[in-house]
Design a protein around this ligand. Structure first.
Ligand code: HSE
Length: 407
């Protein structure tokens, strides 16, 4: 029997206990040993829940119990999760987590500590919820030079964008509806400003390049400026607007960003709707591969955490090698990243003058129209350096919106 302890009895923690109870026969068969939840740590009490019998409030009880081999850290946030994880790994206990903040910030260090102590630090659920992506990157896609990883990595924003697109609704209205349905937090900042997706693409890029990618270095834009009119143009172009986290390797340098991007009907992520996530990977020999599923939610996320527990049981006293060194990866300068841009401007009725300004700023562009949209000029540029775009757009007045384009 292997004893585990679950730190945090919130949505994911209670999901972990539920998954282990529901699928215990299958899980134990696959692990080769019976998995027993010996403790759950939480500051709260749960009087009406059977978990109360194994509930503890003091982490030291778990830390000092030599019968506990694996710790499931599903508390979220950096502190005290970081301290508890380090103490656990120092005390000879492997750790499985869904904590993207902690993995993004200290993943390399915690992996090194786990390796030193012949233990494991596993974090499948930190990116893409229930979607297997960390283990595939670590063990299946090892024959390739991965030159792109791009994902719809946040369910809340994908739900909002899908609703804006299908209902022609405004961002604020859809956000309110998403909050009422429980798809968005009361404080939605981390999701709608792209911070959550940023941490996830930082983790994925670190695994792809094998070095520490700091999320602070990744250019991040959210979805709050998108309007119904942007979606009208997207529809006219047979395209969609998605919040993408992307890293592309160009001449041995990774360029990363999180931003809304207009993608065309042939893009692999075009069919990822609602709260679902999708992650697209391009390898130099494999070509394209896609991972799709529920990127959040109690049971899908718990499924990924428990799959890590099974892996940790199968690799007791053996470190599963993960290449993610503490050495910092210097991302390419964002200003040098090249993208195409969709730009909307107010049409001042001075066609020739305005078009001359646009030509002076961006050379030849593709003008686009959308039904029901009047008094606007809209166009798509050729690929241009981000730095040049920022400079050249200054030459235009009355710009209404800007969205990157990938088609
Ligand atoms: N708020 C996140 C999302 C939860 O919407 O994807 C999963 O990380």
């Amino acid at each position: 029997m292997v004893n585990i302890a679950v730190l945090g009895y919130g949505t994911v923690g209670s999901g972990v206990v539920e998954v282990i109870n529901t699928n215990h026969d299958n899980i134990n068969k696959r692990a080769g040993k019976e998995i027993n939840v010996k403790y759950v740590l939480d500051i709260r009490d749960f009087e009406d829940d059977p978990v109360q019998k194994i509930l503890v409030h003091d982490f030291d009880v778990i830390l000092k119990d030599p019968e506990v081999d694996i710790i499931v850290e599903v508390m979220g946030g950096v502190d005290p999760a970081y301290t508890f994880t380090k103490q656990a790994l120092e005390a000879g206990k492997s750790v499985c987590t869904s904590n993207k903040e902690l993995v993004a910030k200290h993943g390399a260090e915690l992996l090194a500590l786990a390796k030193k102590n012949k233990l494991n630090y596993l974090f499948e659920a930190s990116v893409g919820g229930g979607i297997p992506i960390i283990r595939p990157l670590n063990s299946s896609l090892t024959a390739d030079d991965i030159t792109e990883i791009t994902g719809i990595l946040n369910g809340t924003t994908n739900y909002i964008l899908t609703e804006m697109e299908s209902k022609g609704a405004a961002f604020e209205d859809v956000l309110k509806d998403a909050q009422e349905k429980g798809y968005a937090e009361r404080n939605p900042e981390a999701d709608v400003e792209g911070y959550d997706a940023c941490r996830k693409i930082a983790i994925l890029t670190s695994l792809v390049c094998g070095e520490q990618v700091d999320y602070e270095d990744i250019h991040t834009e959210g979805i709050t400026k998108l309007t119904e009119t942007d979606f009208k143009y997207a529809k006219a172009l047979n395209a969609s607007i998605k919040l993408l986290g992307t890293s592309k390797k160009i001449d041995d340098t990774f360029y990363s960003m999180v931003a809304p991007v207009m993608i065309g009907k042939n893009h692999p992520l075009i069919g990822v709707h609602g709260v679902f996530n999708g992650i697209f990977v391009h390898g130099n020999v494999l070509d394209d591969v896609m991972f799709y599923g529920r990127g959040a939610g109690k049971l899908p996320t718990a499924s990924a955490v428990v799959s890590d527990v099974v892996d940790a049981v199968k690799h007791m006293n053996t470190n599963i090698m993960t290449i993610w060194e503490e050495k910092k990866n210097r991302l390419g300068k964002f200003e040098d990243f090249k993208n195409k841009f969709f730009v909307r401007m107010r049409d001042k009725g001075l066609d020739d003058d305005q078009m001359l300004d646009i030509k002076n700023a961006f050379g030849n562009v593709l003008y686009v129209k959308a039904p029901d949209v009047q008094d606007e000029l809209a166009f798509i540029t050729e690929p241009i350096r981000e730095g040049d775009f920022v400079e050249n757009i200054k030459g235009l007045s009355d710009v209404l919106s800007v969205v990157r384009v990938d088609f």
